[in-house]
Design a protein. Structure first.
Length: 359
């Protein structure tokens, strides 16, 4: 079977690469599989030809024509975060109803691993790729698109206009979290943790700053962290509780439930009451948020809907020659539990309207 590109043309072969590079077929094979056996000059010529032709080495799926496969790849950022589990479930449910299979890969917040999985799905000639990228270079998107792969970005778009994306309104999520603490009368707020270079963290922090500026009589301290892990939350809580009483925050919002869990653990270990002394709210509504000693208030993103919407956009691009790229932005929801309301407080239903759902 002759491989085809997404537009129906013949996919370039190793012979095409050899012809363009002016080298033998064996040199091309060595350059792709054992580059140490090829001179630097020959290797450069082969790689240039590969790039120019958009050649993708055949894998076990080489018999599948590009675009005709019933398999979709999904590259997740962090399978430990239940948001991405929900994205996968939503994508899988929707893919199954359309007769497609979903292959999952977890980059584990590792850029090199992320790029490797993109190449693996590209080589397998999947029908398309759902991609939850790290907040880093999106050169991999360009690379696989040049080879005819359709791709939909999920949870981060990096300003791209040449492919579809499904996002959550991160800025509004941070705004809601801070507004909730302010409405409880908390005025010394702390934004606890998160790598500053992550787009989602920046947006959540910007939303919190907007809420504090609107209040006018509150402050927001920011303490970043390298990771989104509970031990970072414990470190931050240990730091702030060592201060004079009037400098200890009375409200803490974290860009991740994991960090918030660490904050709560350390506060209680040091004799502070949650939420009487310090109210704490997390982000992402991870599955453990109701299973800790104090159930955690949080901001929930609808990962299931994000995954389902992403599959629908991808399938429309595959099937519809007049497809137009779109960016869908979903609103997060505030879920209130004991860590801000206390054990006697009645959790506010998601549709309660305690805070406005439109900024």
């Amino acid at each position: 079977m002759t491989s085809q590109t997404a537009d129906g043309g013949r996919a370039p072969s190793m012979q095409d690469v050899a012809r363009l590079a002016g080298v033998s077929l064996g040199t091309v094979s060595h350059a792709l599989n054992k580059p140490e056996k090829v001179s630097a000059r020959s290797l450069q010529k082969v790689l240039a030809a590969v790039e120019q032709l958009g050649f993708v080495p055949n894998s076990a799926a080489r018999s599948l024509a590009a675009g005709s496969s019933s398999t979709v790849g999904l590259v997740l950022t962090d399978i430990d975060n239940s948001l991405f589990v929900d994205i996968a479930r939503g994508a899988e449910d929707e893919a199954r109803t359309s007769g497609h299979a979903l292959l999952l890969a977890n980059s584990d917040i590792d850029f090199k691993r992320q790029e490797s999985y993109l190449d693996i799905f590209d080589e397998a000639r999947v029908a398309g790729i759902l991609f939850t990228p790290l907040n880093a270079s999106l050169e991999g998107v360009d690379r696989v698109r040049r080879h005819g792969r359709r791709i939909v970005l999920v949870n981060y778009a990096g300003g791209r206009q040449d492919c579809c994306a499904v996002l959550s309104d991160e800025e509004y999520g941070g705004y809601m979290a801070a507004r909730h603490l302010l409405e409880l009368g908390r005025r010394r707020l702390l934004f606890a943790g998160g790598p500053e270079e992550f787009h989602a963290i920046k947006e959540r922090r910007n939303g919190a700053l907007r809420a504090v500026m609107e209040a006018g009589n509150a402050t927001l301290e920011i303490i970043p962290s390298r990771r989104l892990k509970s031990d970072e939350g414990r470190k931050i809580a240990a730091e702030v509780t060592g201060r004079a009483a009037d400098r200890v925050p009375d409200g803490i919002l974290s860009p991740s439930d994991r960090i918030a869990a660490g904050v709560i653990h350390e506060l209680m270990a040091r004799g502070l009451r949650v939420p009487e002394d310090v109210a704490v709210i997390g982000y992402d509504n991870n599955h453990f948020a109701t299973e800790v000693a104090i159930s955690m208030s949080t901001v929930a993103q609808d990962g299931h809907s994000m995954g389902a919407e992403a599959i629908n956009l991808l399938l429309d691009e595959i099937r519809n020659p007049d497809h137009e790229h779109r960016v869908l932005t979903l609103k997060p929801r505030l879920i209130l539990r004991e860590s801000t309301l206390g054990p006697s407080g009645r959790p506010v239903p998601e549709e309660d309207g305690r805070l406005p759902l439109e900024a």
